[in-house]
Design a protein around this ligand. Structure first.
Ligand code: ASP
Length: 355
């Protein structure tokens, strides 16, 4: 009888020890499953896109409802187009170029059609693009006839040994590469003409007033930054520059590191605002450098660049930026910035004014 009892006890002990031993295994398995789920989510979460349509003195009470709606619709259309490309596994470069083309073709923005006029009443357009994997870049400055300056910047990046072409040389490169060219008047809108007349009536051309008056304008460049599913970051920017600028003036938009920058190890940045300040502060590269050398997050880096460094000097404007993990920052120190962003889950945000 005693022996049978002992056997029972032994069996119970064996059973108990087995189930106890299984516990950590089960725990481990759960953790593994959870880790896989997370990795899966991250894999699809790892793309995103943001765009801007210019920063400046933009307030709701300065615009009619229908104009607000028109801007919202265009920003929405552009961001959805870019998002669709990325969602289907497309390249960030393709998404950025397509989005910017949509904005360049719209008369609402200061880029391509709708670009502002210089002091001589002529459009001189600037644009750039940079690829974060190769650090290849292409840029154009002071062009007058190329319908979509971003396409020319892309061609220079991919099919020339140079980074930045300007004026006649850039136009020649465009015609040799079969890019659409148009009369300079194609870019003109009534809005741009009125802005020039206003600026000149206020003698904004004289440098002492220029600084003051420029703060009253919506600056209006366009830009797009994207992270694709392969982990590539790309930034693009396109602009007509600033109303009443001197003939030959080149802003920050085609200056790699100032108005545009991308590096797969850090982020992609496109700027808009008073270009001279962005050039002097090398803003786009500075944001990347803060992340690379200072271990700042994207949000911290963009805040320091725009709300501290730039603001302290009186530089107006903002940036859109996306980092290698898909975090997006839309930072500006003006009344408004036309902006939109979309993440991998399809969450979309389109905004014009300060919160
Ligand atoms: N940054 C552009 C320039 O200075 C202007 C703008 O963003 O609206 O040319």
């Amino acid at each position: 009888m005693k022996i049978i009892k002992l056997h029972y006890l032994l069996l119970i002990l064996i059973f108990w020890s087995c189930t106890e031993n299984n516990k950590p295994q089960l725990e481990n398995q759960k953790q593994v499953v959870e880790r896989h789920r997370e990795a899966e989510q991250n894999a699809t979460a790892k793309f995103g896109i943001a765009l801007h349509g210019g920063a400046g003195f933009i307030k709701a009470d300065m615009m009619s409802d229908s104009i607000i709606q028109a801007y919202q619709n265009k920003l929405s259309e552009a961001i959805e187009l870019g998002h669709e490309i990325l969602k289907n596994g497309g390249d960030a470069e393709v998404a950025v170029v397509e989005v910017i083309q949509v904005l360049e073709d719209s008369p609402l923005f200061n880029a391509g059609k709708g670009g502002v006029l210089n002091a001589n009443g002529i459009h001189e357009l600037d644009a750039s693009i940079m690829h974060g994997k190769t650090l290849e870049a292409g840029a154009v400055a002071g062009i007058k006839t190329v319908k979509n300056p971003i396409l020319l910047a892309q061609k220079i990046m991919n099919e020339s040994e140079h980074v930045l072409l300007s004026g006649n040389g850039a136009e020649e490169f465009a015609s040799n590469h079969d890019l659409d060219q148009v009369e300079n008047s194609y870019f003109t809108t009534q809005k741009a003409q009125r802005a020039l007349a206003n600026a000149q009536n206020k003698s904004a051309y004289h440098i002492e007033n220029y600084e003051e008056n420029i703060k009253n304008y919506k600056l209006g460049t366009v830009g797009c930054v994207a992270l694709d599913q392969k982990g590539n970051l790309v930034a693009g920017t396109s602009t007509g520059g600033m109303t009443n600028k001197k003939h030959g003036r080149i802003g920050d938009s085609p200056i790699i590191g100032a108005g545009n920058y991308a590096n797969n190890h850090t982020c992609a940045v496109s700027a808009t605002g008073h270009g001279e300040y962005f050039i002097k502060n090398v803003v786009a590269f500075d944001i990347s450098a803060m992340m690379e050398y200072g271990d700042f997050s994207l949000e911290q880096a963009t805040q320091i660049a725009i709300q501290e460094k730039l603001k302290n000097q009186g530089g107006d404007g903002g940036v859109i930026a996306i980092d290698f993990e898909g975090n997006i920052s839309l930072e500006f120190n003006t009344e408004g910035m036309f902006r939109a962003k979309m993440d991998a889950k399809g969450n979309k945000e389109v905004k014009l004014f300060k919160e």
